[in-house]
Design a protein around this ligand. Structure first.
Ligand SMILES: NC(=O)c1ccc[n+]([C@@H]2O[C@H](COP(=O)([O-])OP(=O)(O)OC[C@H]3O[C@@H](n4cnc5c(N)ncnc54)[C@H](O)[C@@H]3O)[C@@H](O)[C@H]2O)c1
Length: 430
């Protein structure tokens, strides 16, 4: 520090101060410069301090004491997005049963808190399961979840997933599926999470000319749902080219059935019934919730004129996820169809449903639905060979019987409840 000897060199009104032995104007200039420098340093100091305060107010794994915030040797912590939904909840159940640590993120827009409660009741031990109520479109919330938790892998199920709805609300689909996948992927990259199992769909193939569909079949989706999923796949694949992320993309065919032990089921919101899937409509008709089934399209180029689909039981599907997770390796991309390899017509499905439920369901035949395709079934040989996975629950009637049992026991789906245990962590908006 320079010693300062201050003397008055001007009348009092001038109110200036001089340093001994220097010219007044130079002294004044340097004085102003000094003040400016000090102000500048003060501003920088304030900015840095504010930034530090802000970052410290956001929890980081180092500061958090939750067991979920530490990697534990021998324990794989999986983030299940959309885990309150139909497939995500079944996947979480299987992961928990297989001793994985599970964090579920869901905005409950379509899923059920009741499914989370069932999982929590099944696995109440600390450090097994936690739930975050958050929207994947909220990048801040997603980043905070990644900052607070030490994930080893992500199973990304969360999505809006109705073909018909996607033709009516395409922007919603691109946003929810494509843009949100980008948010998840960016968070994974930022927080070093190296394994992604992505829920894709046979809708990305569109209406191929040759059946069965292999993974090499060109992807030419014909509706916004399929297009949004294809775009999300492309984003993931482009990103993985310059990263060591392990990526498994599973393209599901039509998912049916429910947990054989009756703990979980499929319980879409009533307002989605009109967009719903065939099994839900079938059960609603059997329960008398709707007067009958509306089969859309009887003039397709198929044996009985109705659409042909490949129905995969949810228990087999989640098994494919666990096998994919097990076989996921850094720098490796695996793309697999998950189906039975066998197509069944809508008419066959309805007959199986009548037998499974014991009700004579009334059927009304209508014109085609926009965005639907005639015939879709998979060639599952790649997943059979590479992941050692085979569909085992291939008896359509039996899968429907299991699902029907759950439906009968849960006529209002997962009943709503205001109760939330301390394990449920609701994220505040920030
Ligand atoms: N069900 C099928 O037949 C089928 C077929 C092929 C692919 N898939 C894919 O499987 C996945 C799961 O489908 P599902 O049948 O379980 O659907 P679902 O509607 O039962 O579950 C989706 C879950 O994601 C949640 N979600 C949606 N948007 C969200 C958001 N922005 N933030 C947080 N959570 C959000 C919902 O609340 C719901 O719990 C989807 O990606 C779907 O595209 C399903």
């Amino acid at each position: 520090m320079i010693p300062v000897n201050r003397t008055r060199s001007q009348p009092r009104s001038g109110r200036s101060w001089s340093f001994t032995g220097t010219d007044y104007s130079e002294k004044r200039k340097s004085h102003i410069l000094g003040k400016a420098l000090a102000a500048f340093i003060l501003i920088i100091f304030c900015i840095v301090t504010l930034k530090q305060c802000h970052s410290q107010s956001r929890p980081s794994p180092i500061l958090s004491t939750s067991v979920f915030s530490f990697h534990e040797p021998g324990l794989t912590h999986v983030l299940v997005t959309g885990g309150a939904g139909y497939i995500g909840s079944h996947a979480a159940l299987r992961l928990l049963k297989d001793s994985y640590r599970v964090t579920i993120v869901d905005n409950l827009s379509r899923g059920n808190i009741g499914a989370i409660r069932v999982l929590q009741e099944q696995f109440p031990e600390p450090g097994r399961l936690q739930f975050f109520f958050a929207d994947l479109g909220d990048a801040k919330a997603v980043n905070q979840i990644f900052a607070e938790n030490a994930f080893d892998a992500v199973m990304h199920f969360a999505a809006v997933a109705y073909v018909g709805e996607s033709t009516l609300e395409p922007l919603r689909y691109y946003h929810n599926i494509t843009a949100n996948t980008l948010v998840v992927l960016e968070a994974m990259a930022a927080y070093g999470v190296k394994t992604l199992i992505y829920s894709s769909t046979c809708a990305t193939y569109g209406e191929p000319e040759t059946m069965p569909i292999t993974e090499e079949t060109p992807q030419l989706p014909i509706n916004p749902y399929g297009k949004a999923k294809k775009m999300a796949e492309d984003i993931i694949l482009d990103f993985s080219k310059n990263s060591d992320m392990a990526v498994m993309i599973l393209r599901y065919f039509n998912v049916i059935g429910s947990d054989p032990e009756g703990r979980l089921g499929e319980a879409p919101r009533p307002e989605l019934r009109e967009h719903g899937r065939i099994s839900g409509a079938c059960f609603d008709a059997a329960s008398g919730i709707i007067p009958g089934l509306k089969v859309k399209g009887t003039d397709y180029q198929t044996a009985d004129g109705t659409c042909i689909r490949d129905y995969i039981d949810v228990t087999d599907l989640v098994d494919a996820h666990v096998k994919a997770l097990d076989k996921a390796r850094p720098n490796k991309i695996g793309i697999y169809n998950v189906g039975t390899g066998k197509g069944r017509s809508v008419k066959q499905f309805v007959e199986a449903c009548k037998k499974a439920t014991g009700f004579n369901i009334k059927v009304e035949y209508l014109d085609r639905r926009p965005g639907d395709y005639a015939e879709v079934y998979s060639d599952p040989s790649k997943i059979n060979n590479e992941l050692n996975w085979t569909a085992r629950y291939t008896d359509l009637e039996e899968s429907l019987r299991v699902a029907w049992r759950w439906q009968r026991a849960h006529q209002n789906g997962y009943e709503s409840s205001k109760f939330m245990s301390p394990l449920f962590r609701l994220l505040p908006r920030f």
